[in-house]
Ligand binder design. Structure first.
Ligand SMILES: *[C@@H]1O[C@H](CO)[C@@H](O)[C@H](O)[C@H]1NC(C)=O
Ligand SMILES: *[C@@H]1O[C@H](CO)[C@@H](O)[C@H](O)[C@H]1NC(C)=O
Ligand SMILES: *[C@@H]1O[C@H](CO)[C@@H](O)[C@H](O)[C@H]1NC(C)=O
Ligand SMILES: *[C@@H]1O[C@H](CO)[C@@H](O)[C@H](O)[C@H]1NC(C)=O
Ligand SMILES: *[C@@H]1O[C@H](CO)[C@@H](O)[C@H](O)[C@H]1NC(C)=O
Ligand SMILES: *[C@@H]1O[C@H](CO)[C@@H](O)[C@H](O)[C@H]1NC(C)=O
Ligand SMILES: *[C@@H]1O[C@H](CO)[C@@H](O)[C@H](O)[C@H]1NC(C)=O
Length: 368
């Protein structure tokens, strides 16, 4: 104000003063000069632009124009060709008889708002205002880390995103179809092992989308499939198998009765490959026949199963026997530690072995 006092006829002061008055008009309404029916002020126009882009603010001029200015809220950016703004992103694009255009580069959300072009003609002032709306692509700011939980835990995954307009956040489990949550927070009460997997969070607005994933591991104790007894002839190779479903994957231990078996013992080998452990006898001897226990262990528990390695009397062809043994009742061929119990054997088994005997008989007949 002091400045205006000294330079009474300063155009800049006039602009400031007249604009002060103009700003009494509520924003968002068509801006009119006071009590003037012949005014050519326009209805406020919106310019929607993305953060980081360049916006051009254009204002029509005319031959009669004496002074013209672009304002950001109440501060002058340009008065004619004089730059008032100290912001390096603001520059003059065009100033001639037709138009007065300034440009703002690298637009940010703080630039959002009303911009006014004030034009002074010989007869009267007129203003045009534009509302600049700055859109921001969605960005996921705060996302849950990959986690491992125990089965039965209550789990909450979080995905906080910002953007303009406010993004919509949804969650889905990639291995299943459909959304699991339409919210920033995904709550899974008492989680089951089937709910483990890769969860995808999507934040969407008019501009674009941001997608991130979270790996959710559900730990559970081993579940060991019931062991199968295996029949092997003397001096043959024999393999006992043990399968355990567990997260984290189980470690396996093998026992012969109460005695732990280790790799490095001459005649056996223990290998584990993921869910399955195998105990291999390279050359089965009389002493190997017996009861073996496989124990699967992880940090949540242990489970075991026992199985018997039993002797089969070598028939005509061991390959034939092996081919059939999985479906037949091995007690037919077994001797030694007696009529090995096998939970799976029943009438079906007996019929199958009868069938096998017939086949063997036929093969023998055919050989002669
Ligand atoms: C400008 O945007 C506002 C909301 O942001 C809306 O209400 C208004 O109708 C828009 N004006 C024009 C001219 O599109
Ligand atoms: C417009 O004014 C606002 C508020 O003062 C400011 O934050 C923003 O940087 C200004 N933008 C330009 C392009 O001058
Ligand atoms: C993420 O959200 C958590 C919980 O609301 C908060 O403690 C943490 O500070 C946030 N981290 C960031 C980077 O915003
Ligand atoms: C999980 O939430 C339920 C109900 O909110 C609660 O009763 C239960 O104790 C919680 N379980 C755990 C492991 O925190
Ligand atoms: C298996 O062991 C027996 C007795 O120890 C031996 O006679 C035989 O040669 C061995 N067979 C193989 C393939 O090593
Ligand atoms: C094998 O050993 C386990 C555990 O010691 C026992 O429960 C199971 O009955 C035994 N099986 C046979 C056929 O002896
Ligand atoms: C096998 O499991 C049974 C019952 O769960 C347990 O009593 C036994 O000690 C286990 N055996 C081994 C060798 O861990």
């Amino acid at each position: 104000m002091g400045v205006c006092g000294y330079f009474v006829v300063s155009w800049k002061c006039l602009v400031v003063l007249s604009l002060r008055l103009l700003f009494l008009v509520p924003a968002g309404l068509p801006v009119r000069s006071q009590g003037d029916s012949q005014s050519d002020n326009k209805v406020m126009e919106n310019i929607t632009i993305r953060q980081g882009e360049t916006v051009l603010l254009r204002c029509s001029q005319g031959i009669a124009v004496t002074h013209t200015a672009w304002l950001n809220r109440s501060s002058i950016l340009y008065a004619g060709e004089d730059k008032w703004s100290v912001d390096p992103r603001v520059s003059l694009a065009v100033l001639n008889e037709e138009e007065f255009t300034i440009k703002i580069e690298n637009v940010d959300t703080t630039d959002e708002g009303q911009y006014i072009c004030a034009v002074q003609t010989r007869s009267q002032p007129r203003t045009t205002s534009v509302h600049v709306i700055v859109q921001v692509p969605p960005k996921i700011m705060n996302l849950s880390k990959d986690i491992a939980v125990n089965e039965g835990s209550n789990v909450t995954l979080m995905c906080i995103a910002n953007g303009k307009p406010e993004p919509t956040v949804t969650w889905k489990l990639l291995s299943s179809t459909g959304l699991v949550s339409e919210d920033e927070y995904l709550e899974i009460p008492s989680i089951s092992r089937q709910q483990a997997g890769t969860y995808e969070c999507t934040a969407v607005n008019d501009v674009s989308a941001d997608v991130q994933t979270v790996e959710l591991t559900v730990n559970y104790p081993p579940f060991v499939t019931e062991g199968r007894d295996v029949g092997v002839s003397l001096s043959q190779r024999g393999v006992l198998q043990c399968e355990a479903d567990a997260v984290p994957e189980a470690e396996f231990e093998w026992y012969r009765d109460d005695k732990r078996l280790f790799n490095g013992m001459d005649t056996i080998e223990i290998e584990a490959d993921g869910k399955v452990s195998m105990l291999t006898f390279f050359n089965v001897s009389e002493l190997d026949y017996g009861n073996y226990t496989c124990v699967a262990i992880n940090k949540l528990g242990t489970m075991n199963t026992s199985m018997v390695l039993y002797e089969v009397i070598e028939p005509t062809s061991s390959t034939l026997l092996q081919a059939f043994s999985p479906t037949t009742d091995k007690t037919v061929f077994s001797e030694g530690p007696g009529a090995v119990q096998d939970g799976n054997s029943g009438t079906m088994g007996t019929q199958a072995s009868t069938c096998l005997l017939i086949i063997i008989g036929l093969q023998l007949l055919l050989k002669f």
